[in-house]
Write a protein that binds this ligand. Structure first.
Ligand code: FAD
Ligand code: E1W
Length: 455
């Protein structure tokens, strides 16, 4: 960036969450002065206060960003491998559906709080300054000044800025401040389902109570539970359930109803959660929605990244992975663009279609996870998918692999995924088992409808 690329000027980042702390590291390493303002207290001093799911699935996109930041070894030392989804049907047997071909195609469960702390440490080590207990509370874009408030002391301060980057999550204060100046056309689309978290403690012998190297799923049609492993040999269980209707959070007004529901629909899960009552009462019901914006930036003055720009439902486990990809993309544009406005415009042009693609895939995946993973048609299609992937490497690549193990644009994964899904439907039509599939015909369809995937 020239001649505006005056590194004595400061880049202000709002939010020291996952994206903010990573971006601060990348920009500080490029030589910029970076100041980060975070509304919460320093997690290293008070214990992590993150109210949300305590573990997250880390996949190739996120892992690659951590590699670039030099953090992958630190994080991977405490990650738990997840080889596939372990399906717990209401009736029938527990079974593992592998995510990839072998243990080179897996995802990882990481602790949100520890990951955030590692990123904050890295940002500071790179020279970024982080101010905690500092919530953005208004921006004067004409005079390039912004206001911060400490929610505990109520103290307010004002500062000048050159550029503001909003990494302040779905409830972004920077987005709120940009609204009057940018035709963002903000739309929050509520899923109509909420979630609640429960915990599976270690077994009495100190080990894991269920298979550690898997993401557990209890699909139940209109709703589901999932569980991700922690290094502490615990699991965080999340119940995803409609807000209204039957069953729903509305039909579970008290503990007795909730226990009844669990003992009927999630019998084995209930027996794994000894503190069910305390967890159910003590943990909130949280909402799920997708955030769509027409614009992510205000000329060269402000830009949004991560959930602040494109919050999504969590059913592909890609929100953080996508936010980390945003950080790499924005840092690269800042490094190579002549000015802030063009850096932000190019970042937005490159990332917005991809964010919208993963938002759509995440929504689709909810139906698939809760309703289809134990359905015979689905299993036959997955079986054929695996065979075609093996027969046509680089040509037929399962969508899950494109999203989770590769870094091809999400738009590519969505587009090719559509073609492949139709192909699987066509090739398995009227087939009851894999032996019924005409593989010669399926091979021909693959060559006809797909071009080699460019990595
Ligand atoms: P955040 O992590 O929300 O960080 C925003 C930061 O900004 C916070 O520290 C906040 O305190 C601060 N802040 C907010 N407002 C202000 C303000 N006004 N001033 C100053 N600071 C402010 N993603 C995955 O990749 N894998 C998963 O398995 C996964 N599972 C999920 C499960 C659930 C139930 C949910 C809800 C989400 C899940 N996600 C997952 C998504 C992931 O949590 C988010 O996409 C990710 O946290 C986004 O990072 P971010 O930095 O943009 O926002
Ligand atoms: C992953 C919260 C969350 C996180 C995830 C996933 C899911 C379902 C959920 C998607 C998936 C890892 N998924 N799992 N199995 N098939 N698709 O891959 O992160 Cl609910």
């Amino acid at each position: 960036m020239t001649p505006e690329k005056d590194t004595t000027r400061t880049i202000i980042i709002i939010g020291a969450g996952l994206a903010g702390a990573l971006l601060a590291t990348l920009l500080a390493r490029q030589g910029w002065q970076v100041e980060v303002f975070e509304k919460r207290p320093d997690p290293r001093r008070k214990g992590y206060e993150g109210g949300r799911s305590i573990n997250l699935a880390l996949a190739e996109r996120g892992l690659n960003a951590l590699r670039v930041a030099g953090l992958s070894d630190t994080i991977m030392a405490q990650a738990v491998m997840m080889r596939g989804r372990m399906v717990h049907p209401l009736q029938g047997e527990l079974h593992l559906q592998r995510y990839g071909r072998d243990d080179s195609e897996v995802i990882w469960s990481v602790h949100r709080g520890r990951l955030n702390i590692a990123l904050i440490d890295a940002a500071e080590a790179a020279g970024a300054k982080i101010r905690f207990d500092a919530r953005l509370d208004g921006v004067d874009f004409d005079n390039k000044r912004f206001a911060m408030v400490d929610d505990h002391t109520r103290q307010r301060e004002e500062h000048d800025f050159e550029v503001l980057i909003g990494a302040d999550g779905a409830g972004s204060g920077l987005r709120q401040a940009m609204k009057p100046l940018v035709a963002m056309n903000e739309r929050f689309e509520s899923l109509g389902h909420g979630y609640k978290e429960l915990e599976i403690p270690p077994a009495s012998d100190g080990g894991f109570r269920i298979e550690p190297n898997a993401l557990h799923i209890w699909p139940r049609g209109g709703y589901m539970c999932i569980a991700l492993p922690n290094t502490e040999k615990t699991f965080t269980v999340t119940l995803f359930l409609p807000n209204e209707g039957d069953p729903s959070f509305a039909t579970l007004p008290d503990l007795a109803a909730a226990r009844d529901f669990f003992s009927r629909d999630f019998t084995d899960a209930l027996s794994l959660v000894p503190d069910f009552d305390a967890d159910w009462i003590g943990h909130p019901i949280s909402a799920l929605s997708t955030l769509y914006l027409d614009r992510w930036h205000l000329d060269g003055r402000a830009v949004l990244i991560g959930d602040a720009a494109h919050a999504m439902v969590p059913f592909h486990g890609q929100g953080m992975n996508c936010a980390f990809e945003d950080c790499l993309a924005l840092a690269r544009q800042i490094e190579s663009s002549p000015d802030w406005a063009s850096a932000f415009a190019k970042f937005e042009a490159k990332r917005k279609p991809n964010a919208e693609a993963i938002q759509a895939m995440a929504l689709e995946n909810y139906v698939e996870m809760r309703d289809r993973v134990d359905d015979p048609d689905f299993l036959l299609q997955r079986q054929l998918e695996r065979m075609l992937a093996e027969r046509h490497p680089g040509l037929f690549v399962p969508r899950y692999a494109m999203v989770s193990f590769l870094r091809v644009p999400y738009v590519t994964a969505l587009e090719r995924g559509k073609i492949q899904r139709q192909l699987l439907i066509d090739a398995t039509r009227a087939c009851g088992a894999i032996g019924d599939v005409d593989l010669t015909k399926a091979d021909a369809l693959v060559r006809e409808r797909l071009t080699p995937l460019v990595l």
